[in-house]
Design a protein around this ligand. Sequence first.
Ligand SMILES: C[S@@+](CC[C@H](N)C(=O)[O-])C[C@H]1O[C@@H](n2cnc3c(N)ncnc32)[C@H](O)[C@@H]1O
Length: 208
Amino acid sequence: MKLAKQAYRSIYEKEDEHWWFLGRRKVLGALLDGLEPGGEWRILDVGCGVGPSTIALAQLFPEAEVIGIDLGAHFIRFARGWAERLGVKNARFYVQHAAQTVFPDESFDVVNESYVLHEMPQPESQKILVEMKRLLRRGGRFSCVDVIYDETEEERQHRVKRSRGPEPFLGEYMKLNLEQHLRGLGFVNINRMNDPSWDCMVITGMKL
Ligand SMILES: C[S@@+](CC[C@H](N)C(=O)[O-])C[C@H]1O[C@@H](n2cnc3c(N)ncnc32)[C@H](O)[C@@H]1O
C-alpha cells in the first residue's frame, strides 16, 4: 500500500511538472476560456486518474463545481487527498464508469476527457461519447484532449508502430475518427487542434 501511494504520488508529480502535461492543460484552458464569463458551471472530467486534469480544470475555473470520475478507487482516493493538499475546494471525485454514470441528463455545462479514449476498444469509447453527450446541457461544451489521430491509414499505422509503451488499443482509437464521430452524434462548432510536437489533439464541440 505504501508503495502504491508512492507510485501514485510520482505519477502525479510528473504530470504536475512535466512540460508536456502542462502544455496540454494550457491549451484546454485557452479553448474553454472562450465560454461566456460567469463561471458557475458544472464540469465533468471523465477518466480523471489521480486527478491532474480535474484539478487543473478546478484551478482554471475556481467558480465552477468540477467532478472527476474514474474506475480506479485507488486513483480516486489519491485524487481526493491531492486536491485537499493543494487546497482545491471546488473539485470532487467519485468512482464511476464513464459509459454509465449516475448523473441526470443535461446536468453539466462542460464535459471533458483527457487521454481516456485511446485506452480502450472502440465500442467502449463510443458508449462513453454517448454518455458524455447525454450529460451535457444544450449549449454546453465538450472537450477531448487525446492522442492525435491521423488522416490516412498509412500515417495511423506509422503512429501506432512508433508509439512507446503498452498501448494495445491505439490502432482502434486511430480508426474511430473522433471528429467525424462527434459530428455524427450531433455536436456542432467542432474545432480540432493538433500539436504534433507533443502528440496532443484537442477537439471541442457544442451540444445543440
Ligand atoms: C491515461 S489516464 C488519464 C488520466 C487523466 N485524465 C489525465 O489527463 O492525466 C486514463 C484514465 O481513464 C480511466 N478509465 C478508463 N476507462 C474508464 C471508464 N470506463 N470509466 C472511468 N474511467 C475510466 C483509467 O482508470 C485511467 O485512470
